[in-house]
Ligand binder design. Structure first.
Ligand SMILES: [Zn+2]
Ligand SMILES: [Zn+2]
Length: 332
């Protein structure tokens, strides 16, 4: 069993608490609720952020991806180009959020889950600085392994070793796959995350991400290289399911850059000076995983945690259930 003693939030650090219970998608409800499930995929999955990531992926495919002819050979030139554009996207998303929320403290503690700021004196982090440590693991290991998977997939496509489909002939199929990227990402995340909480994998890899009880934008993909290899393995699906380079790019973008938003530490982002103008921010569901460790391994769009009894909806009742579960595990 993994040693989790240092991975639990200390009392007195709790800040903003959103409305609970946390709601989830009805996609796994019984009896099935197909219409409600489809509406959930529309909002909040696609609107606003899902559509935004898809728009960015479309731009990246059209303007920031090497030509297919160049990618027939595994030449370092185009792979470095993909690395630099992926790094740039993480720097823009995580860097902007970090600058606004943690350097300028533009909204102070409003909507902030944890009252503490990023640590600058903790020996657990490289250079005792949480932000610099998180940047290091994200850019040196995270973006590199993401780029490796993406480049391999593109190389397969360029050589015709893996089937691709075109928007002109299969727009409906590719539209479904576009939404499917988010569904697949959550299912894959639940499965690999459960594995990462098994003793050896936790002790050798996942502990690194969990040093961040209090998370910030740069925490998103701040992980051990072994975890990156497992976490970004979702690309392998596109080696067997016919898709399109846009889908592959969207997959990487959602897995690589979107966690900067979900780990930002603020439930909502204030927009401008006018009171009440806010956008959805970090993910309280996953924040509870960082705070309590033994719950919420997946995420809301496909709430597999509900099936396996590990769902913490933020209420005192759910908390009592989690403690009971942990107690009975220790006894057995
Ligand atoms: Zn975990
Ligand atoms: Zn996390």
């Amino acid at each position: 069993m993994a040693d989790t003693s240092s991975a639990v939030a200390s009392p007195g650090t709790k800040g903003y608490e959103p409305d609970v219970p946390i709601t989830t998608s009805p996609i796994l409800d019984w009896p099935p609720r197909p219409l409600a499930s489809l509406l959930y995929l529309l909002k909040p999955v696609m609107l606003p952020y899902g559509a935004l990531w898809a728009a960015v992926a479309a731009l990246v495919w059209n303007f920031l991806t090497p030509a297919m002819e160049r990618m027939t050979n595994l030449h370092p030139g185009w792979i470095v180009e993909i690395y630099l554009r992926n790094a740039l996207m993480v720097i823009v998303v995580a860097g902007t959020l970090h600058l606004a929320l943690y350097r300028k403290r533009a909204q102070q503690q409003r909507y902030k889950y944890n009252r503490q700021w990023m640590s600058t004196t903790n020996d657990e982090f490289l250079w005792t600085n949480q932000t610099r440590d998180n940047m290091f693991w994200s850019l040196v290991s995270g973006v590199t392994i993401w780029t490796a998977y993406e480049s391999l997939t593109m190389w397969f496509y360029a050589n015709g070793w893996v089937a691709t489909v075109e928007w002109s002939s299969a727009w409906l199929y590719l539209s479904v796959l576009t939404v499917g990227v988010y569904v697949w990402s959550v299912i894959h995340f639940y499965l690999n995350h459960r594995l990462l909480h098994v003793g050896w994998f936790y002790d050798h890899a996942h502990y690194l991400h969990h040093r961040n009880v209090n998370t910030g934008p740069w925490t998103g993909i701040s992980m051990h290289p072994l975890e990156h290899v497992i976490y970004f393995s979702l690309f392998v699906l596109w080696w067997v399911v016919p898709a399109h380079p846009f889908i592959v790019i969207l997959c990487g973008l959602f897995q690589g850059a979107a966690p900067a938003v979900s780990h930002a530490g603020f439930e909502r982002f204030e927009l401008g000076r006018r009171e009440g103008r806010t956008a959805p921010g970090a993910d309280y569901f996953h924040h509870l995983h960082h705070r309590y460790f033994e719950c919420n391994y997946g995420n809301r769009p496909v709430p597999i945690d509900k099936l396996f009894g590990t769902f913490h909806d933020g209420t005192p009742e759910a908390h009592a259930r989690m403690r009971q579960r942990m107690k009975s595990r220790r006894v057995t």
